[in-house]
Design a binder for this molecule. Structure first.
Ligand SMILES: *[C@@H]1O[C@H](CO)[C@@H](O)[C@H](O)[C@H]1NC(C)=O
Ligand SMILES: *[C@@H]1O[C@H](CO)[C@@H](O)[C@H](O)[C@H]1NC(C)=O
Ligand SMILES: *[C@@H]1O[C@H](CO)[C@@H](O)[C@H](O)[C@H]1NC(C)=O
Ligand SMILES: *[C@@H]1O[C@H](CO)[C@@H](O)[C@H](O)[C@H]1NC(C)=O
Ligand SMILES: *[C@@H]1O[C@H](CO)[C@@H](O)[C@H](O)[C@H]1NC(C)=O
Ligand SMILES: *[C@@H]1O[C@H](CO)[C@@H](O)[C@H](O)[C@H]1NC(C)=O
Length: 419
């Protein structure tokens, strides 16, 4: 074997030298004699070269075009394909658009009554007709038909508090606009949506995929305190342990988290819930520090448990509320978005999320929806809640702002070459 290889390389080198040595001689001594064939030969080489060039260019153009068309045949991706690298899709403004809302709330059974403002008597409808426009690029419109096809055989999981439930409901309604038979879409256990339910999974039978929601408002484990703790400690958040239900989030294709609205003194200390790390209580720990520790636990869980070759992980930042008045108890829903970003944005939470995600060793996308929501004092539920005695300047009407979050999820997936 070795000798054969050697002899082949030697003979190749020899014949190369023969050619290179003899050809100049031919071209000088026999210049005149071979004038015509020489020209002919040169012309042939030139033509061959030009034809090759055209072919190569043609192939490159064709490939580029083909990929461009096949990925964005109906304009879904092309808008994003053309995005400037530096385009921050979360920086922009809301513009009026008659092509919104993207679905009819009375035709989607997965909007919970409390989020269906039209059904609860809201009369003004301008709030339904706004499109999010990033400053430097366009977000492709949600194309239910294309996305349904792409989701075949997949599993989408939302994890978090009621804001994640809203986004879950929004995505189901958006997708149902592309489904022929609404009866082919059903909750796996026949459950109705409620505020405290821990798991809801909606199956799209014709497309063989599910859109699931897991309620886990803190993401980490809540449980009994150590025995020797002070009496006021009735429960603890174990900041270094993921919620027990987390093992069910693992085999998913798209995994979207949020947390934040329950990290308040009222929902923690006032009900006797304090922080714990390992075996020890952390009575003096601030909520912001605890939030950071919990997110770091989440980050190492993502790193060690999630196969990010398969699963696209997102974390949504704080969704602003618009309470006003003394004690933040008044809820005045406007008819139009505000010109400036307003409301309670808890930007320290957004910063902590961005900070923790920046240190993860696997790809995770931050859905930085805080600022885009801050303009939308017109899009909250207000008095159009259910039961109607509740004022709500935290949650959003559906259709509405959560639809834009979902558009950004898919825009981001398509931009990263999602298959
Ligand atoms: C979130 O987006 C807003 C608007 O573009 C920007 O001002 C802010 O810095 C972003 N925050 C993070 C943590 O990326
Ligand atoms: C929504 O659907 C209902 C029931 O079919 C219909 O009466 C209503 O006109 C639709 N609304 C819009 C805005 O299309
Ligand atoms: C449905 O999708 C799963 C993957 O989630 C796959 O294993 C299964 O074969 C699919 N079923 C059909 C009927 O395509
Ligand atoms: C869901 O709600 C419907 C109508 O309110 C009721 O008939 C049904 O029993 C409920 N299903 C469950 C599982 O609670
Ligand atoms: C969570 O799981 C741990 C270990 O598997 C167990 O000790 C604990 O009791 C569980 N907690 C809850 C609330 O199920
Ligand atoms: C993910 O893909 C990379 C590169 O293709 C590969 O090296 C790695 O082993 C894969 N990880 C898993 C968990 O499949």
């Amino acid at each position: 074997m070795a000798s054969a290889g050697f002899s082949r390389s030697v003979s190749a080198r020899l014949s190369y030298r023969n050619v290179s040595v003899s050809s100049p001689r031919v071209s000088t001594s026999a210049h005149r004699k071979w004038l015509v064939p020489g020209y002919f030969f040169n012309a042939l080489v030139l033509v061959f070269f030009l034809v090759s060039l055209v072919l190569v260019l043609g192939c490159v153009l064709y490939l580029y075009w083909f990929r461009y068309l096949s990925r964005g045949g109906n304009g879904l991706v092309s808008a994003f394909g053309g995005i400037a690298e530096g385009c921050d899709v979360f920086e922009g403004n809301w513009v009026p658009s008659d092509s919104y809302p993207l679905y009819n709330s009375s035709l989607c059974p997965y909007i919970e009554r409390g989020f269906n403002c039209l059904a609860n008597g809201r009369m003004d409808t301008d709030y339904l007709r706004w499109r999010w426009r990033p400053r430097l690029c366009e977000v492709p419109r949600f194309d239910a038909f294309e996305i349904l096809e792409r989701l075949r055989g997949k599993r989408i999981v939302f994890v978090g508090d009621s804001m994640s439930r809203t986004q879950w409901e929004s995505l189901i309604c958006l997708l149902m606009t592309g489904v022929e038979d609404p009866r082919s879409v059903y909750e796996i256990n026949g459950n109705n949506i409620s505020k405290t339910i821990q798991f809801l999974g909606v199956q799209f039978r014709s497309f063989n995929f599910s859109v699931e929601f897991f309620r886990s408002v803190f993401l980490v484990q809540q449980g009994l305190p150590p025995r020797y703790g002070p009496k006021r400690v009735k429960m603890t958040l174990k900041l270094d342990k993921m919620d027990n239900i987390s093992r069910r989030w693992v085999d998913s294709d798209i995994l979207i988290f949020n947390s934040g609205h329950w990290w308040t003194p009222t929902k923690l200390f006032d009900v006797g819930c304090y922080f714990q790390v390992g075996g020890s209580l952390k009575l003096g720990m601030s909520i912001n520090s605890a939030f950071r520790v919990a997110l770091e636990t989440w980050a190492s869980w993502v790193e060690s448990t999630i196969n990010t070759n398969r699963t696209h992980v997102f974390f949504r930042t704080f969704e602003p509320s618009h309470w006003s008045g003394s004690g933040q108890k008044t809820c005045e829903v406007t008819n139009q978005p505000t010109l400036e970003a307003k409301g309670n944005i808890r930007s320290e939470f957004t910063d902590i999320i961005a900070d923790v995600v920046a240190k993860i060793n696997v790809p995770v996308t931050v859905l930085n929806v805080t600022m885009m929501g801050a303009y939308r004092s017109d899009a909250h539920i207000g008095q159009w809640s259910h039961p109607s005695s509740i004022l709500d300047c935290s949650h959003w009407c559906l259709p509405g702002v959560p639809d834009a979050w979902n558009e950004l999820v898919f825009a981001s997936l398509f931009r990263s070459g999602w298959r």
